[in-house]
Design a protein around this ligand. Structure first.
Ligand code: NAD
Ligand code: TYD
Length: 353
């Protein structure tokens, strides 16, 4: 089987669900701390699936991680667990240091011990896959070439700095201890199960709720959007065929200014769920104070993963964003659980006894 960390969050849950779509898939042990961003409703369809074992816990818990590795003997670990929201990192960076840096360090150390004791094929085939972000490369100007794997790390937010630190640790565990690692640096994701503190789900849900659609600064910041299903297929590809010690950039070739993204969502909603007054949802767009240290532009040059592994995204922004808006319209129960906070009830139920 494989071990996934952070598999109750947005991308981790999409990865677990897509992995287990295949009838011959190996099982998954899924270690997640269930922070505010972890939501077991994302994994509801797996409740009766014996191939999925959920473990509530922290990647920073050495005893627990060591015990899970011994018990489940995974042939690979895919590390999604992280604090992931830039705005939260500005207001409270401590959790980012703890999970993204110390937690990854702990996971690497436990893995080194476990992998060190494997023999033969088990040892040769083992992989530690670290899931990271393009934000480690800093900010581009309008004329800069998109981020290549060789770009220097220039993180600007506490979030990206903590992810950069974790990438450096992973790299060092390869060079120093020979651990079989691969790292992927992906651009902004969107799609089903995205927690509505991030731009795209926030705009969809605020629009439907008649609330303002907050656009930071002038709305001309650029992100390179990738549909989450494409990120998951890229991870599967790198896990299977990526070269050890390498990093692979993953992106959708979809650079868009934030204001354009918000306008596109409004247009789709105007068509699928028109406002009662027949006016456009764009009426709700509200320019608000900019984020401190806001990176102007991210863009990924994804040629390496395409040339080496033949991976390309299946979705364009137009197809992916439409699917995403439709998913939020089709899943009111999930939305309600997140908006009311009732998705957190599982923790109360679990620990009341
Ligand atoms: P998320 O915030 O939705 O989910 C993170 C998950 O990790 C949650 O389920 C949370 O409970 C869990 N978690 C947090 N701290 C933990 C700990 N100490 N131990 C165990 N579990 C813990 O994040 P996401 O958007 O799904 O991102 C997943 C990974 O992908 C992160 O490493 C992030 O840096 C990276 N990434 C995200 C994006 C994006 O656009 N969202 C883009 C590129 C890379
Ligand atoms: P976000 O989804 O937080 O991802 P990241 O900061 O990791 O790129 O934000 C995407 C872009 O949208 C970013 O440039 C900040 C901007 N943004 C807004 O304009 N308004 C908002 O309410 C949010 C949450 C983000």
């Amino acid at each position: 089987m494989i071990m996934v960390t952070g598999g109750a969050g947005f991308i981790g849950a999409n990865f677990v669900l897509s992995w287990l779509m295949s009838p011959n898939a190996e099982g998954i042990v899924n270690l997640d701390k269930l922070t505010y961003a972890g939501n077991l409703a994302n994994l509801e369809t797996l409740e009766k699936d014996a191939r999925h074992t959920f473990v509530h816990g922290d990647i920073g818990d050495k005893l627990l991680v060591a015990q899970l590795l011994e018990e489940y003997r995974p042939r690979a670990i895919v590390n999604f667990a992280a604090e992931s929201h830039v705005d939260r990192s500005i207001y409270g960076p401590a959790d980012f240091i703890q999970t993204n840096i110390v937690g990854t360090f702990n996971l690497l150390e436990c893995t080194r011990e476990y992998w060190g004791n494997l023999l033969g094929d088990e040892k040769r085939q083992f992989r530690f896959h670290h899931v990271s972000t393009d934000e480690v490369y800093g900010s581009l100007s309008a004329s800069d070439h998109a981020f290549r794997e060789t770009n220097p790390y220039e993180p600007n937010s506490p979030y990206s700095a903590s992810k950069a630190a974790s990438d450096h640790l992973v790299r060092a565990w390869f060079h120093t201890y020979g651990m079989p690692v691969v790292t992927t640096n992906c651009s902004n994701n969107y799609g089903p199960y995205h927690f509505p503190e991030k731009l795209i789900p926030l705009v969809i849900l605020n629009a439907l709720d008649g609330k303002p659609l907050p656009v930071y600064g002038d709305g001309q910041q650029i992100r390179d959007w990738l549909y989450v299903g494409d990120h998951c297929s890229a991870i599967r590809e790198v896990l299977a065929n990526g070269r050890l010690g390498e990093t692979y950039n993953i992106g959708g070739w979809n650079e868009k200014a934030n204001l354009e993204v918000v306008n596109t969502i409004c247009k789709i909603l105007d068509e699928l769920k028109p406002r009662a007054d027949k006016k456009s949802y764009t009426e709700q767009i509200t320019f608000v104070k900019d984020r401190p240290g806001h990176d102007r532009r991210y863009a990924i040059d994804a040629s390496k993963i395409e040339k080496e592994l033949g991976w390309r995204p299946a979705e364009t922004f137009d197809t992916g964003i439409r699917k995403t808006v439709e998913w939020y319209l089709d899943n009111p129960t999930w939305v309600k659980g997140v908006v009311t906070g009732s998705y957190r009830d599982w923790l109360d139920k679990q620990y009341r006894n």
